[in-house]
Write a protein that binds this ligand. Structure first.
Ligand SMILES: [Zn+2]
Length: 58
């Protein structure tokens, strides 16, 4: 189910974590706001890919 959120800048991990919480009910694979934040945190090693990959792959 896609959402209508706008893409958000994700300049740092603090912002990314905030976006993850703000859009916690969104699908990282489809949400334009949560997706980049999630990928940023994975790239930074700040989230566990195993823990989130099921949500991401959904
Ligand atoms: Zn969303």
């Amino acid at each position: 189910m896609a959402c209508n959120h706008s893409a958000r800048d994700c300049p740092d991990s603090v912002t990314a974590h905030r976006l993850m919480q703000q859009y916690i009910d969104c699908d990282a694979a489809t949400c334009p706001a949560k997706g980049p934040a999630f990928r940023f945190l994975v790239a930074q090693g700040e989230v566990c890919p195993d823990d989130r990959s099921q949500e991401y792959a959904r």
